[in-house]
Design a protein around this ligand. Structure first.
Ligand code: FAD
Length: 634
């Protein structure tokens, strides 16, 4: 087996950016060694056939497909969601004109692609970020490929903005001083996927949409993965042959309630992303003998989750006049000093007295003045801010005097930039070319509608607010999302509700034990520290990020551990091969992207898209260089 740093002569010659560092770990590494008997009968016929079958058409899938094609393979992409046209979305604008469907989290992401500038320091840093959960060889592959990301974008003529990047974790992580950068394709995530989709189309790589892969097909004797079984158009079972390899790029398990309960460190955990990422690739890989890694890791924060929107979205900061308290009214951290993508780690605190996660939900407390007070350093003063899930299905029911009809429509946008202005976005949904309504009903400017809806709890003074919190039904307790019947009814998503005990514990998410004394003490101490002007004496929040909360009425908004995405999935080696629990590769099975991401424990902004490029390239090259499967002669 080749070491991660060994360059294939063939690929070195075709190095991106014209340099010599264009290699991909392990081209020609050969078949894996895990020998798992096939759980699934060999099909009698194949509806489709290709050398390399890529399952999931987001960023990692697109990069894998492009790379495998450029390495000489015949490639087919399988995507679960239908084409946009087939569900009535007209793309008429500039950046999104040619997106046909799919796109995944990639399309709705901010588009930032993070990369190391130094292979050695970068590998050390990446490995440290995983707290050892990612083998060093994989971190080395991450760094070796990551330093080429910019050159790869150039080689693909994808335009981007480049900047050097400080990490979110400062100097505490070994290797942090080695230098990092990010490239953000023009148009953010929508732009990134647009350019990738263009590259796929230019190569005439077929994408079969509305085709949900559900099983891997393996040689019963060798365990080699030789195809995929899928459900097409929600009903038709089709077998798809892979002569060389299958690459699973199906994203994470953000919208599978049971997987979230079993693998994430606290619950409920809400996501704001591509709702079709339901861990399918993880389940398929498991059935084929894969082991799991990084399942307890997400990139996530504390975020509001509002049923109407059916999604979480990030609130980075709201105002200087705010604190977070737990379900008993106690402050528990420096709210403005946490790394954006690992904030969720502070939510993991089980209280044995009440039998509940003490900080799930946490409550954002602010006063009337605080809601409009800007943060120092140019932070957005608005209450709600930043990303949201942008692809949602909306069902419209039209009733006339003679009939009732229901139609589904995709509302499709991209993270930050597509949000209505009330969310801190630019309201660019329409100008980006999407017809249909904006994402949900915009947040009101004075919060009145949200208070009336019970999303924001109000109190004339702190004791009244505390009493109202204790008696409120806190929304957002359900684990999953109700999926409207329709074209995606093959989904396995379910709503899991854990019965609530009398004291609001064990599954309940209400705050029955919320204490007025605790809340009042927390606010008074905070105000005292503001008055002294020397910063937070309890948790170390800096003075410029603080303002007194003295103007009634007071408000509370529930915050949930919530993220853009999960990172766990099947174990991957430095050659992007999917491995069994003992790290033996499963023959002819590869993965890329957040379906078993190389990020463990801590996550860095832009890390997922950067990885989609790096490991998409490794997977695509190595899959294309597999020898063709030899059918048994007898
Ligand atoms: C709001 C938001 C902002 C983000 N911002 C950034 C950022 O700026 N930078 C960054 O690096 N990361 C960001 N991320 C994370 C990043 O976007 C994702 O981790 C990354 O795009 C994952 O790429 P992927 O190709 O692995 O998965 P995806 O892009 O999610 O693609 C997976 C695809 O697989 C399809 N699929 C699923 N199951 C099946 C099946 N059974 N059969 C066939 N197809 C299937 C899905 O429909 C989907 O199209 C953000 C995420 C969100 C939600």
């Amino acid at each position: 087996m080749l070491a991660a740093s060994t360059l294939s002569p063939k690929l070195a010659a075709a190095a991106v950016g014209g340099g010599s560092a264009g290699g991909v770990p392990g081209v020609g590494v050969g078949l894996g060694t895990a020998n798992k008997a096939a759980p699934f009968a060999l099909p009698a016929s194949w509806a489709y056939s290709a050398d390399v079958v890529v399952v999931g058409y987001g960023g990692a899938g697109a990069v894998s497909a492009i790379t495998a094609y450029d390495a000489g393979a015949n490639v087919l992409i399988v995507e679960k969601t239908p084409t946009l046209a087939s569900v009535g979305v007209a793309n008429t604008g500039t950046i999104c004109t040619s997106i046909r469907g799919g796109g995944g989290n990639t399309h709705i992401s901010g588009g930032i692609c993070f990369m190391p500038l130094d292979q050695v320091g970068g590998a050390l840093w990446h490995n440290s970020m995983s707290y050892g959960a990612t083998p060093m060889a994989v971190s080395q592959a991450w760094a070796e490929m990551g330093v080429q990301n910019r050159a790869w974008l150039d080689s693909m003529s994808i335009p981007y903005a480049y900047s050097t990047a400080a990490t979110e974790y400062g100097s505490i992580v070994p290797g942090a001083s080695s230098g990092f950068a990010s490239c953000t394709p023009t148009g953010g995530g929508a732009g990134f996927f647009y350019y990738l989709d263009q590259l796929v189309q230019k190569r005439n790589i077929p994408v079969i949409f509305n085709t949900r892969a559900q099983e891997l097909i393996q040689d019963p004797n060798t365990g080699e993965v030789i195809g995929v079984q899928a459900v097409q158009n929600q009903s038709e079972v089709v077998n798809i042959q892979a002569n060389k390899a299958v690459i699973l790029t199906t994203g994470g398990f953000e919208f599978d309630a049971r997987m979230k309960l079993n693998y994430l460190k606290c619950a409920p955990y809400h996501f704001g992303g591509w709702q079709y990422n339901t861990g399918d690739g993880i389940k398929m890989a498991l059935k084929a003998g894969a082991g799991l890694w990084h399942m307890n890791t997400t990139s996530g924060r504390y975020s509001p989750w509002i049923p109407t929107y059916n999604t979480a979205w990030a609130q980075h900061h709201q105002t200087t006049g705010y604190i977070w308290v737990d379900r008993y009214g106690n402050r528990f951290c420096n709210e403005s000093g946490l790394p954006s993508h690992s904030t969720w780690q502070v939510a993991v605190d089980w209280n044995f007295t009440y039998g509940q996660y003490a900080r799930v939900p946490a409550l954002l407390i602010f006063d009337s003045a605080g809601a409009t007070q800007p943060l120092a350093g140019g932070e957005d003063p608005r209450l709600m801010h930043h990303e949201t899930a942008a692809r949602q299905e909306q069902t419209t029911t039209t009733t006339t005097t003679t009939s009732t009809s229901t139609s589904s429509q995709l509302v499709y946008g991209t993270g930050i930039n597509q949000l209505p202005v009330q969310f801190g976005g630019t309201g660019a949904l329409a100008s980006a070319g999407f017809t249909g309504s904006a994402v949900g009903t915009p947040w009101s400017n004075n919060n009145a509608a949200e208070i009336a809806a019970g999303w924001i709890i109000q109190g004339a003074d702190l004791p009244t607010l505390a009493a109202n919190i204790a008696s409120a039904t806190i929304y957002g307790s359900n684990q999953g999302m109700a999926i409207p019947a329709g074209w995606n009814s093959v989904e396995s998503m379910d709503n899991v509700t854990i019965p609530e005990s009398a004291n609001g514990g064990f599954g309940g998410t209400n705050c029955r034990n919320f204490s007025a004394a605790n809340l009042t003490a927390a606010v008074n101490q905070f105000n005292k520290d503001v008055a002294a002007g020397k910063g937070d004496t309890v948790f170390g929040r800096t003075a410029v990020t603080m303002a007194a909360m003295t103007t009634p009425p007071y408000y509370a908004l529930a915050l949930w551990p919530a993220g853009p995405n999960t990172n766990g999935g099947p174990i991957r080696d430095q050659f992007s091969r999917t491995c069994d629990p003992d790290y033996n590769p499963i023959p002819r099975l590869y993965s890329g992207g957040e379906n078993g991401s190389v990020w463990g424990f801590l996550y860095m902004t832009g890390g997922n898209n950067g990885e989609s490029i790096s490991f998409g390239r490794i997977a695509g090259n190595n899959a294309a260089n597999e020898p063709s499967y030899q059918w048994p002669t007898s």
